[in-house]
Design a protein around this ligand. Structure first.
Ligand SMILES: Nc1ncnc2c1ncn2[C@@H]1O[C@H](COP(=O)(O)OP(=O)(O)OP(=O)(O)O)[C@@H](O)[C@H]1O
Length: 644
């Protein structure tokens, strides 16, 4: 109660006996300038301030500082407070309806912004300008409940001649500050004023109570507004987040949760996390689900109970995207790294060196090279060599997707956004590649209208799924490739120049196989080897033919050629006749096996020997003839390779 000491003159029955003595004190003070000793200290301090500020004690009208437009503006500035305070003022007004009592609301400077009274009182208040727009701060109207409460920062009642100015001696005013619940600053004053015979000491408690109700209502409104800001903040988070109630029903979730996990308000947490109701919610404290797999993603899930005063009300769940390693390794065993690039060609070695450096950059990249030169192998190697290796690698062949579908393939769509769309929507490749690398192969084939969207994605680092209301931020490295001359495509108007420069930050060119023919034997060897075992041998003449060929389809064609030859071969030896027809020169004379084997003369390997013995049913003489070596060589080699 210490807080409210000095707030009122005293007990209810003291009111009127005090009136006369107060009047005398006021008169004596203004005629002699001697401060009365037995005045309430709070009034004494106020009178001192008023005296120092030369306030006219005979003042009968307050200053009307705001009217017309300026008053309108003042009211607009305080709309939030007015809106909330109005019903509480109305309650007070109704309570005193048939009495000469006015209820007013002032802003934080003491200017009245709203007044309610019956018509009898209204004549009085108008006479003294106790109306909206008038200033009731102490410096302007002397000691009064509004102005003094603002200075003292607490509720106060001013009785009759305690008012510094004579104009308000017929009144008793009770005022209480209204504070902003967040910052605790005074944002307004609620006041009731009436004839001194009508207002009682306990009226101040009514005012205090209504001011507290207003503060509470302000708090609720702010809470609602802050929840809206909180929602925007949650939506800004890239990780899915949700709040569920005691029944396990989702009551709030952010956009990431709805988009990535298909969660909506009303979903059941038990269905989402697939855990048993009774077992878990009852004992819910804080726990993690280390690996929670949903669609293409792996999440770490953090569940935390939400309690209020010891009562369990529900919980909060945060999902954190996990590195793709586990999923990737199990799903995509065909991942490539630099060790898969077979080469000894100086030009290629330079490309690899540059690519290894580029793996640690996040810049967009272009890979140029004819079809089958190994562009995708190189891009995968870059991905798995760099810091994004734990995250997805998603390859898209822009030339292979029908024009109409490419936008939805790349950027995804929301459920029901167009005819034929899946009701749940679809995640685009960009989102699937989030945190990893997207490889846009055959980029020159990207329709020109889609190029604009791609440019936007690269510039804004966010995707806009078809039908979505908000973009989704992404963190993806973009690497593109083409076998076309992209500059020429720009010149022809088929490819946007701005996109060309945006993509072409780092560029690498893979030489065609015909320009690195020395790699052919190495590549052939690698294609003939499986799990570290060389299962086939290529005859020297066959190798010669491969070296002479121009390889328009590059390494892919060479690989296919070797696969076909392995299939065509009768044993382990691949001879020219086993090669695909297009490799053989058109005027090639038929060469018999005997003529070809001599080239093997000085390098009979275990495979050749086994093959020859197999073909001759283990007959050493015939095998020696076939390999064009002496029988002794066959025996020696058999011993060397420990063949029976
Ligand atoms: N240097 C290499 N060493 C071993 N294999 C390779 C090499 N380069 C490419 N390959 C193999 O050749 C085939 C074609 O490679 P890749 O798909 O990377 O070529 P590309 O240039 O992307 O082709 P396209 O332009 O037609 O998409 C793949 O099977 C790949 O494994």
């Amino acid at each position: 109660m210490k807080k409210y000491r000095n707030m009122v003159v005293g007990a209810f029955n003291e009111f009127h006996s005090l009136e006369k003595s107060l009047m005398k004190k006021w008169e004596r003070f203004h005629s002699s300038d001697v401060f009365p000793k037995d005045l309430r200290p709070i009034i004494l301090s106020s009178w001192r301030r008023c005296k120092q500020s030369f306030i006219n004690p005979l003042k009968k009208e307050a200053d009307l500082v705001y009217k017309g437009d300026s008053l309108k503006e003042k009211i607009e500035q305080n709309e939030f407070l007015l809106d909330i305070a109005n019903p509480y003022m109305e309650q007070l007004h109704q309570y005193f309806f048939d009495q000469k009592i006015a209820v007013v609301l002032c802003d934080k400077t003491g200017v009245i912004i709203e007044a309610k009274s019956n018509s009898q009182m209204w004549m009085d208040v108008e006479r003294h300008r106790f109306v909206p727009g008038s200033n009731w701060d102490e410096l302007s109207t002397g000691t009064n409940a509004i102005g003094t409460a603002l200075i003292e920062e607490k509720p106060i009642q001013i009785f009759s001649s305690e008012h510094y100015c004579q104009g308000w001696h017929r009144w008793v005013c009770s005022a209480a500050p209204i504070r902003d619940p967040m910052t605790n600053q005074i944002i307004g004053i609620l006041n009731i004023t009436g004839e001194k015979e009508l207002v009682h000491a306990h009226n101040i408690h009514l005012v205090i109570n209504q001011a507290l109700q207003i503060e509470k209502a302000l708090g609720h409104r702010l809470m609602e507004d802050h929840l809206l800001s909180l929602q925007s903040l949650l939506d800004f988070m890239q990780d899915p987040f949700l709040i569920f109630d005691i029944n396990g029903k989702v009551t709030r979730c952010n956009k990431a949760a709805s988009y990535l996990l298909n969660i909506s308000e009303g979903s059941s947490i038990y269905d989402i996390l697939q855990f048993s109701e009774v077992q878990n919610l009852e004992s819910l404290g804080r726990f993690n689900i280390e690996q929670f797999q949903q669609a293409d993603n792996l999440w770490k899930v953090n569940v935390q109970s939400y309690k209020l005063g010891g009562n369990l009300l529900g919980g909060i769940v945060i999902f954190q995207k996990q590195p793709y390693k586990l999923l990737k390794l199990s799903k995509n065993s065909a991942k490539k790294d630099f060790s898969n690039i077979v080469t000894n060609d100086p030009e290629m070695l330079k490309v690899i060196k540059k690519a290894k450096k580029a793996a640690f950059s996040d810049q967009n990249m272009m890979i140029f090279g004819e079809t089958g030169t190994g562009k995708e192998v190189l891009v995968q190697s870059i991905h798995y060599f760099g810091p994004r290796s734990e995250y997805p690698f998603v390859a898209v062949n822009c030339g292979a997707i029908p024009k109409d579908l490419i936008a939805s393939e790349l950027f995804g769509y929301e459920g029901g956004s167009f005819t034929g769309a899946k009701s749940k929507g679809k995640k685009g490749k960009f989102l699937l590649a989030d945190l990893g690398t997207i490889f846009l192969d055959e980029i020159a084939d990207l329709p020109i209208d889609i190029q604009v969207y791609l440019l936007r994605v690269l510039e804004e680092r966010e995707v806009f799924p078809i039908g979505a209301k908000e973009p989704i931020p992404i963190n993806v490295r973009v690497i593109c490739a083409t076998h076309k001359n992209l500059k020429e495509e720009v010149r022809k108007g088929n490819f946007r120049e701005d996109l060309y420069y945006r993509l072409n930050v780092i560029s690498l060119s893979l030489p065609p196989l015909r320009e690195r023919k020395d790699d052919i034997p190495l590549l052939v060897d690698s294609f003939l080897t499986e799990n570290g075992k060389k299962l086939f041998e290529m005859s020297g003449e066959a190798i010669d033919l491969l070296m002479k060929y121009e390889w328009p389809g590059n390494i892919r064609q060479l690989k296919n050629c070797i696969e076909q030859s392995k299939f065509n071969a009768n044993g382990r030896q691949i001879l020219p006749k086993h090669l695909p027809k297009e490799i053989l020169p058109a005027n090639k004379k038929k060469v018999n096996e005997k003529q070809r084997f001599p080239q093997q003369k000085f390098k009979i390997g275990k495979n050749e020997l086994m093959l020859a013995l197999e073909k001759t049913n283990g007959n050493v003489t015939q095998a020696a003839k076939l390999l064009n070596v002496s029988r002794m060589t066959i025996y020696r080699k058999k011993e060397e390779f420990q063949l029976k």
